[in-house]
Write a protein that binds this ligand. Structure first.
Ligand SMILES: [Zn+2]
Length: 642
């Protein structure tokens, strides 16, 4: 709370200074900014935008959004901004980029001008990239993030700047978004806010209602040739729908059983929080093998992107449960350090173990309770992340808290040496810690209370339109204490802020289960077999399946001690030319083999063979029931909704 107050004061001063001290030299931007996005060239990954601002003459600095909410990083795609031109009264205005802040552009609005035109183009990435700046457009569909196609006045609070946006789409494309459509003369031109299933215009321009810049950037648009609207809750005054867009008609052909599970997800989430903090909610789901795959939360929607066949292989749909939880945990309640007044101020991510970690715990719980994930898949996934974190050498030097503070680096770090570097572990370790907290609450209250008492207290209350209530570490501790008095500060400090060589597995054991390794296939690991050999818990390697290139090595493992490192390529195992199966079989057979397991590998231009004295066979993680304890995990996984 304190952090945000200080930040707001600074922003207000920045706004006030030009008016008060240098009225003649500083331009002012007044009224609503008009933004017209021409997306008709989406199939060749080129977007055109025109912005019109009401201005007074003088010096003006406009900025491009840098720190993107939900991405927790300064990864605004500034290098894809091209074709930038400014003009007033038909005359071009020269611009210059700030030499220190590369996201800022300085111009002088000439005397007599009252309107400033800004035109810019955006080059949509074709290959890999980070989150929303990664591949977002195909020949059949587009995902439009407004922050990519606009500039706004430097120093202005994004809550205070109003935008009136429109979009023009390729002919016959349909669209979906949480943005309300403009109402003309009392007649609904498209849809009124709150409608769950609006009539989608099939072409031409769609004019949206004026909203703040905060809301605009929080409300992406998906559009495409193949778009399907699936109502999930039409009966509430705060309706919910899923909008599916895909590269083919069959990609969005949702099976009836998945629709039912998705409806249950909405009901289970209601049971978890007891209130909704949105006017309407849109699950914007893109099914394509040509766009980047991730989920990005917004207050009234989420932009989730999954492989094209995901409606038939539903485990990857679990991401929508995570993103939906963010409407409460991340948007309604947000760490003060992430609740910045504009998109240029640095974010402080030290509470991402709540923002992302609790979302990971609650989201996957809801995926299981609604049936999108099976109970066995949930347990196998939990076993896998527990094993990964428990054997990670990086935890010997880096506390979990540092992965939150350094999140803006770790999101974009390469996969090599992940186990030693540590990645964005606050997601999965958050899952373990909040399971630990949930089982702790149940233990303290003899099963009378649970994490749902915390979520009702912290995230529930009265249903409302979107609003933001920032919090600090002390607020989380206080809410936990209100649910079940305990040394929660000590509990969280030990698990998050101190170096802990072992992962927090107490939630699993208090849940009546234990982490074990057997030669049986882990159900989650199996889904990754085509891409890699997961030998992290046996010889200590994670290897690319198609060519034997080592992606990660556990320093404390037999392979790590033998000197194998990331980037080296395995050529042969026990004298047989490498294939994923050859490596898997050699590990499996090590149990009965009399000699060591030999690996021949290439390191740059050197070829070398090492021998691993390993006889443990295949080791994959699973949860095993501890029959001496109550099965608390079963109670946690049981559906709640009536
Ligand atoms: Zn998230």
């Amino acid at each position: 709370m304190r952090k945000i107050v200080v930040a707001l004061v600074i922003a207000l001063c920045a706004l006030a200074t030009p008016h008060a001290q240098a009225p003649a030299a500083q331009a002012r931007v007044t009224g609503t900014i008009t933004l017209a996005l021409d997306a008709r060239e989406t199939p060749r990954k080129l977007l055109h935008a025109r912005e019109t601002l009401t201005v007074t003459p003088g010096a003006l600095t406009l900025v491009y959004p840098k720190w993107l909410p939900g991405e927790h990083a300064p990864d605004g795609a500034i290098d894809d901004l091209v074709g930038l031109k400014f003009s007033a009264g038909g005359k071009t205005i020269a611009w210059r980029r700030d030499p220190v802040d590369l996201f800022a552009f300085h111009i002088d609005v000439p005397q007599g001008a009252d309107t400033l035109e800004v035109t810019l183009d955006f080059l949509s990435a074709i290959g890999a990239g980070g989150f929303s700046s990664a591949s977002s457009e195909t020949a059949h569909l587009g995902i439009y993030s407004w922050n990519q196609v606009l500039l706004y006045p430097q120093g202005a609070r994004t809550d205070d700047v109003m935008f009136s946006a429109s979009i023009e789409l390729p002919g016959n494309w349909k669209y979906a978004t949480a943005l309300p459509i403009r109402i003309v003369g009392g007649i609904v031109a498209g849809v009124k806010p709150g409608d769950a299933s609006p009539p989608r215009q099939l072409s031409a321009s769609v004019q949206f209602a004026p909203v703040s810049l905060t809301t605009l950037v929080d409300s992406p648009v998906i559009a495409g040739e193949y778009l399907r609207v699936v109502p999930l809750d039409n009966t509430s005054s705060r309706p919910v729908e899923a909008d599916l867009v895909g590269d083919t008609a069959s990609a969005i052909d949702i099976p009836a059983d998945l629709t039912q599970k998705w409806k249950r997800l909405v009901q289970e989430t209601d049971a978890m929080f007891g209130a909704r903090h949105y006017n309407n909610y849109h699950f914007l789901l893109t099914l394509s093998d040509r766009v980047a795959h991730f989920g990005l939360e917004h207050h009234q929607s989420n932009d989730s992107r999954v492989p094209q066949n995901s409606l038939s292989q539903q485990n990857s749909i679990g991401v929508v449960a995570h993103e939906y939880v963010h409407s409460w945990n991340g948007k309604y309640r947000r760490p003060a350090g992430l609740a910045t007044p504009d998109f240029q101020q640095p974010m402080v991510g030290d509470l991402l173990w709540v923002y992302e970690g609790l979302t990971q715990y609650l989201g996957y719980l809801l995926a299981e309770r609604s049936g999108i994930w099976s109970e066995s898949y949930y347990k196998e996934r939990l076993a896998q992340i527990a094993a990964f974190l428990d054997t990670e050498p990086g935890r010997e030097w880096r506390p979990l808290a540092d992965t939150t503070t350094a999140a803006q680096l770790l999101y974009f770090a390469p996969g090599q040496w992940t186990s030693y570097r540590r990645g964005t572990d606050f997601y999965d370790e958050g899952w373990l810690i909040w399971l630990d907290a949930d089982t702790q609450i149940r233990q303290l209250t003899n099963g009378q209370k649970s994490m749902e008492d915390f979520t009702h207290l912290f995230h529930g209350g009265e249903s409302s339109a979107p609003m933001l209530k920032p919090y600090a570490f002390e607020d989380v501790v206080a809410a936990l204490n209100q649910v079940a008095p305990h040394d929660w500060k000590g509990f969280l400090t030990a698990r998050i802020y101190q170096v802990a060589p072992r992962a927090p597995l107490d939630g699993i054991t208090k849940g009546g289960w234990r982490l074990v390794y057997t030669d049986a296939k882990n159900e989650y690991v199996k889904t990754t077999d085509a891409d890699r050999v997961e030998a992290g818990y046996s010889i200590g390697l994670r290897v690319r399946a198609r060519d034997g290139v080592v992606n990660d090595v556990n320093l404390n493992s037999p392979a790590g001690k033998a000197g194998i490192g990331p980037g080296m390529q395995i050529l042969a195992v026990n004298g047989l030319r490498f294939s994923a199966e050859v490596l898997r079989n050699a590990i499996k057979d090590s149990k009965t083999a009399s000699g060591p397991l030999t690996i021949e590998f290439q390191n740059d231009d050197l070829v070398k063979t090492v021998s691993l004295d390993y006889h443990g066979g295949t080791r994959e993680p699973h949860l095993e029931r501890d029959s001496t304890k109550v099965d608390v995990l079963a109670q946690i996984l049981a559906p709640r909704a009536k």
